[in-house]
Design a binder for this molecule. Structure first.
Ligand code: F6P
Length: 539
């Protein structure tokens, strides 16, 4: 069903028309408790959502929409292993990846938790051997460099976690991430590495992804060019995949393969074997802390009432802006340098999940779905794109993420950093009026330029310290925000058919670029001309 045919949606539409002119200045002035009342706290995350363009009535209506959409029931279905990814006939069980040992999560009549822990144990044992130097390369040298070869969900989570948790990593291991099929990525990744000290993790759920397999093949050739002996592959290549047959075909011993399952979506897989590079960096104990952060947020999302439920509140607020205010984007602004790849990670999580134009039933939607997620760490972003958020013509809801304690306390740095978070959220909400400008003796012609309209919404997420646990809880928070949005919009958040057409067309074009004789081109005239020009240009 189209959710905008629900009476709860109509009530929100009416409420939007009645309240869209309200200013945060007035909402705060009318309620001295607003800044502490419109907050929620769970799993070590304090969420201040008071600077949103909402009233108590808005929340009531959003919660009513969530209930009418059966958010609770759909959540139970996901956690219970029902095949909610209907276009692929799959369960969606990334939550089982962090289920405690001894729990039961059943898929097709089978408890998957023992297998999850068997893989975690194998990853931990392997990581111990590499980290201690017991696992040596073909010539007997210990491993110094780990290169994860993967793309999309097999890259973005591991890259993000590697950056985010660098403070906790074993520093004598050097991690690199090779994703792009552009030969430059390969060349620059291996440029200064010694093959005898380099371990490649070929990370691909399907083990058929063109970019990953091309990079893996080039890595094997590069490695063998020095090590000479094909038996060295077993010491320098391991695989993360669901496809044992293709792993064997590539020449990797399946004893060195870390598996996962079709009920783990690529963009939801950083806590599966896809996190092998993270396990190598952190070791099994700290990886377990990461998982417990995920698990704690899962439990919160599954059990907390809507009014205290962080992912539900944030998911519903993004629906409010996206579908009612027509906001097209959400800016995620972490005030922590270690989280510099967090927005890039969220782009796949949010946009591959909810970039959908039909409902689960296949009807074209008549409302806005998935927002464009983007962002950069603060304070850098302040000196680049914040101007548009403050004074541009677009409404851009922001999520600020900040930590009370710095992992690198240096002089005044952390207070300065945090002062900027609070100042930005304050400036966005309250702005600066023309009267305030005049009181400051701003010359009249400059008053319009120096006026800030304010009323620009934001959430502030305040966490004690960036730890493996905190990272797990933050990632799970956004996973469940995405789920909440998908349930309200009644779309399939767990498939990604939209990436297929380009892949199919590229496979068709490859031989047309590589053939020695001029191919018979049957594309549109633009594509034909571009291919012809490229063939001439590359000679
Ligand atoms: O092309 C999109 C995609 O299928 C993503 O969903 C996935 O994360 C990525 O490709 C990589 O896939 P694989 O892990 O199978 O190589």
């Amino acid at each position: 069903m189209l959710p905008n045919t629900r009476p709860e949606w109509a009530a929100l539409q009416k409420h939007y028309e009645a309240t869209k002119g309200a200013h945060l200045r007035d909402l705060f002035a009318a309620d001295s408790a607003r800044g502490t009342r419109l907050t929620a706290e769970a799993v070590g995350i304090y969420l201040d959502y008071s600077k949103n363009r909402i009233t108590d009535e808005t929340l009531k209506l959003l919660f009513a929409l969530a209930e009418a959409s059966d958010l609770k029931g759909r959540t139970a279905a996901m956690f219970g292993g029902e095949k909610i990814n209907i276009t692929e006939g799959r369960a969606v069980l990334h939550t089982a990846l962090r289920a405690p040992r001894g729990a039961t999560v059943t898929v097709d009549g089978k408890n998957v938790v023992p297998e999850v822990h068997a893989v975690l144990d194998a990853m931990g044992a392997f990581a111990d051997r590499v980290r201690s130097g017991e696992w040596t390369g073909h010539t007997g040298k210990p491993i110094k460099n780990v290169v994860n070869i993967g793309i999309g969900g097999s890259d973005l989570g591991p890259v993000m976690a590697n950056e985010a948790l660098r403070n906790y990593a074993q520093r004598n291991l050097n991690f690199r991430f090779l994703s792009n099929v552009d030969g430059t990525d390969f060349a620059e990744t291996v440029r200064d590495l010694d093959p005898a000290e380099t371990l490649f993790i070929v990370c691909s759920k399907t083990f058929t992804t063109q970019e990953t397999m091309t990079n893996a093949e080039s890595a094997r050739q590069w490695s063998l060019a020095t090590l000479k002996d094909t038996s060295s592959v077993a010491k320098h290549f391991v695989a993360v995949s669901t496809n044992a047959a293709e792993v064997t075909k590539f020449g990797i011993d399946t004893a060195n393969m870390f598996g996962f399952w079709d009920w783990v979506g690529g963009r939801y897989s950083m806590d599966s074997a896809v996190g092998l590079s993270t396990m190598l960096a952190l070791g099994s104990e700290q990886f377990a802390e990461l998982l417990s952060g995920f698990r704690a947020m899962d439990e919160h999302f599954r059990t907390a009432p809507l009014a205290q439920n962080l992912p539900a509140i944030m998911g519903l607020l993004s629906v409010w802006y996206g579908s009612f205010y027509g906001a097209e984007t959400v800016a995620v602004l972490p005030y922590d340098q270690y989280l510099k790849r967090f927005p890039a990670y969220l782009q796949q999580l949010t946009m591959e999940s909810n970039g959908k134009r039909v409902t689960l039933g296949g009807d074209a939607v008549t409302y806005q779905t998935g927002s464009v997620y983007w962002g950069e760490p603060g304070t850098n972003g302040q000196h680049s794109f914040y101007q548009l958020i403050h004074q541009g013509t677009k409404l851009i809801p922001c999520d600020f993420i900040a930590f009370c304690k710095s992992l690198n306390p240096v002089g005044r740095h952390h207070d300065l950093l945090m002062a900027n978070v609070f100042a930005q959220a304050e400036a966005l909400a309250f702005g600066k009026t023309a009267e305030q400008c005049r009181a400051e003796k701003v010359p009249e012609p400059l008053v319009p330029h120096k006026t800030f309209p304010g009323n620009r919404p934001s959430n502030v997420l305040l966490v004690d310290k960036l730890t493996p646990f905190a990272l797990g809880s933050l990632v799970a928070l956004y996973e469940h925000i995405v789920f909440t949005q998908g349930v309200i919009w009644n779309i399939g958040s767990f498939d990604q058919w939209g990436v297929e057409l380009g892949k199919a067309l590229a496979s068709k074009i490859v031989p047309e670029l590589e053939s020695a004789s001029a191919p018979d081109l049957k594309h549109d005239t633009s594509t034909n001309a571009l291919i012809t020009r490229y063939r001439a240009g590359k000679k």
